[in-house]
Design a protein around this ligand. Structure first.
Ligand SMILES: [Fe+2]
Ligand SMILES: [Fe+2]
Length: 193
């Protein structure tokens, strides 16, 4: 696992722009803290966070081209918002280039933008650590209560985030990814029990 982390750091240092590098490292820091609080596997969370945004700096066209090259099925929502593909592309590179086969790591990367049905603690920690980068909280005050909630409940904080995000996507007139709705609905059912 230590070798994979070193390889990913080398990839990040050599290929990604500074703004993305610092976001990834801040997310890792948030992820490590959440792992400590909630007793989540830190190694898996760190590897997923180091790999989650490998394609985040690609343009829409570049993402669509790589997706076509890799014969990924592109949904109508992803066609309209190609940025949604960056997690899928990263999850493939993690498997093909870095030989990561752990399902929790791969799914945490693949669905880190939308969320997914049946999110476990590793997934929610990665998801929240990405969204609760302190720089993002500085820019969006709605994230602060989610950050506070994340200190005691990963599922409550993830549900809060999805509710906020889905509402803002609807308000701005954009398409909601069906995986986000599945994520929100399944969490809502679980947290109500
Ligand atoms: Fe991302
Ligand atoms: Fe990110």
């Amino acid at each position: 696992m230590a070798i994979i982390k070193d390889q990913l750091i080398e990839h990040i240092e050599n290929k990604l722009p500074d703004s993305l590098k610092t976001h990834i490292y801040r997310s890792c820091e948030v992820g490590r803290k959440l792992c400590g609080i909630h007793s989540v596997d830190t190694e898996k969370v760190e590897i997923a966070l180091l790999g989650h945004d490998l394609y985040r700096a690609y343009s829409d066209n570049e993402m669509l081209n790589v997706a076509e090259e890799k014969e990924i099925e592109i949904s109508y929502v992803e066609k309209a918002s190609p940025l949604l593909l960056h997690g899928v592309l990263a999850s493939i590179t993690m498997q093909e280039q870095y030989k990561v086969s752990d399902k929790q790591i791969i799914e945490s990367i693949k669905y880190h933008t939308s969320g997914m049905e049946e999110m476990d603690e590793v997934f929610m920690t990665v998801f929240l650590a990405d969204k609760l980068d302190p720089k993002k909280i500085e820019k969006n005050s709605q994230l602060e209560p989610i950050n506070q909630t994340a200190q005691y409940s990963l599922s409550d904080a993830t549900l809060m985030y999805l509710n906020m995000k889905i509402s803002s996507i609807i308000d701005s007139g954009h398409l909601v990814h069906p995986d986000s709705l599945d994520a929100r609905n399944s969490l809502l059912l679980k947290t109500r029990i």
